[in-house]
Design a protein. Structure first.
Length: 119
């Protein structure tokens, strides 16, 4: 499980992420879209105010850090990169189909699952 929280300055980003993950979770394509699953919310007991979101933890390597892949003895072959690219494209298309726009799509925000080797 991963907990994401923020102060007031970054709360809009966390709220947008929550809204997007909730939309994914409620869609008929939820099991096909490769994003962390929304697990819950953390609220203040006194007020009920939401202070963070809980997401599925993905044991991963960040795609943009290919040197880290090499450090772990993982070869980033052309075939693997093509597979990851196709998976990212499919995810973006599925998100678009349900009205979710990936607003910060860049290699730094792509995770490669350490166990499944999927993006």
């Amino acid at each position: 499980m991963c907990c994401k929280s923020s102060d007031n300055a970054f709360w809009q980003g966390i709220k947008r992420e929550f809204d997007c993950l909730r939309k994914v979770a409620r869609s008929q394509r939820a099991n096909s879209i490769r994003v962390p699953r929304l697990l819950g919310l953390v609220t203040l007991a006194e007020t009920g105010m939401i202070i963070s979101i809980l997401e599925e933890y993905i044991p991963s390597v960040v795609l943009s850090d290919l040197s880290e892949l090499g450090d772990e003895g993982i070869e980033a072959s052309t075939e693997r990169k093509k597979k990851w690219g196709a998976q990212v494209r499919e995810t973006v298309d599925l998100l678009y189909d349900i009205g979710v726009i990936w607003g910060d799509g860049k290699p730094h925000n792509v995770l490669i699952h350490k166990e499944t080797d999927n993006a």
